[in-house]
Ligand binder design. Structure first.
Ligand code: SAM
Length: 361
């Protein structure tokens, strides 16, 4: 096993003694080109960065932000596109292959497709995706697709306009549906719907959402509420174990276990006779930390090693003090050594005071 936080190196050469030679001949041959890797102390390879481009959001989902919340950070505190590109380039040179743009609501950051194009152009980056509430997606979908955003996750907790508006505190369902249609027209695929399941709020709508996703050829991901910030903790009063939901769905649909490439923390099933896949994201009932492959960069440049812990490495001051590229990579390696084994949402539900929108969900 490599030392914690160590990285592999490109082009390792091994001296090899050919036994059939009369005289010992040392030959240097390339055994194989090893890709650099970021490996944490628990032997997990970190190859995915969730990049929050703003903490602002145009919705106030009841499990995420308080009603009327406006206490956002100022744009001057956000990393500039140049700074983001530098950090993500460093990550890709250390082995990261996937980046997801998130927030807050990433579409509220101006010129997002310009940033997407710059990240997409990084030679080692293989996958660029977006998490959005889709409220403003209609006008941005085409440009984003052309800038390299091919995969999309959309938060959608209800298909009933009144209920959608209540959960999001004022959101318009029509806009989200228009955004989804525009994303499909642009060519984005797969499109995944993220539904946070809440007892007595929307848990009676899961079957409707299944039918909607079958009709629209979307993937459905059901999510348990997490106790992040006061809002997340309040929503946890509506916590539903997805094990129960799975049993309930099994009475209506024939479900078979499925493997979804890049599926992340979700455990997937396919619904027989359809193209639908349903992912269950169960941070509370069955955490998935042993397979965690990601870190999160907040809009103001804090590198969070775990969604459910407060520890972070502040990169912005270093970037603004003129840190060099190699030093930046060393700093990232050092941070990875601090990645904790797991969150403790269950054991310490009061621990995380920041809202999900700050870290980037
Ligand atoms: N605005 C974008 C969106 O709506 O997808 C990206 C950011 S949003 C914070 C990312 C995801 O976090 C959404 O799917 C949202 O439902 C989820 N989320 C936020 N707070 C949560 C909580 N307390 N528990 C579970 N999921 C939460």
């Amino acid at each position: 096993m490599m030392a914690p936080g160590n990285t592999g190196r490109r082009g390792w050469f091994y001296p090899v003694l050919f036994p059939w030679c009369t005289a010992p001949v040392g030959a240097l041959i390339v055994v194989r080109t090893m890709e650099p890797k970021l490996i944490d102390p628990f032997n997990r390879t970190i190859e995915y960065v969730r990049l929050s481009v703003t903490d602002r959001c145009d919705l106030r989902c009841l499990y995420c932000l308080p009603a009327g919340y406006r206490d956002f950070s100022e744009p001057e505190s956000w990393l500039s596109f140049d700074e983001i590109e530098r950090v993500i380039r460093a990550f890709t040179e250390l082995g990261v292959r996937r980046v997801r743009l998130t927030g807050g609501e990433p579409l509220t950051r101006r010129h997002l497709s310009e940033l997407a194009a710059r990240l997409h152009a990084l030679p080692q980056l293989e996958d660029l995706s977006l998490s959005t509430n889709a409220v403003q997606l209609k006008k941005h979908a085409r440009a984003l697709y052309q800038s390299g955003v091919k995969r999309l996750n959309v938060s959608l907790d209800s298909l009933r306009p009144g209920r959608f508006s209540a959960i999001t505190r004022g959101g318009k369902l029509d806009k989200v549906l228009d955004g989804l249609a525009a994303a499909r027209r642009a060519g984005m695929h797969p499109i995944k719907i993220n539904m946070v399941v809440m007892k007595d709020v929307n848990d009676d709508e899961i079957e409707d959402m299944v039918h909607f996703c079958i009709e629209q050829d979307f993937t459905l991901r059901l999510i348990e509420t997490m106790p992040m910030g006061d809002t997340g903790r309040a929503a946890s009063n509506h916590y539903v174990s997805l094990d129960d939901v799975r049993r309930r769905l099994a009475e209506r649909f024939e479900m078979v276990p499925a493997v979804v490439p890049g599926g992340g923390p979700a455990r997937y099933v396919s619904v027989a006779g359809t193209n639908l896949r349903i992912g269950f994201i169960t941070p509370i009932s069955q955490h998935f930390c042993a397979g965690c492959n990601r870190v999160r960069l907040s809009a103001d440049g804090a590198l969070y090693l775990c969604l459910g812990q407060e520890d972070r490495m502040e990169l912005r001051p270093l970037l603004r003090q003129g840190i060099g590229d190699e030093e930046l990579k060393d700093t990232i390696r050092t941070a990875i050594v601090r990645k904790p084994e797991k969150h403790d949402f269950r054991e310490q539900p009061r621990k995380i005071i920041r809202f999900m929108s700050l870290t980037g969900g």
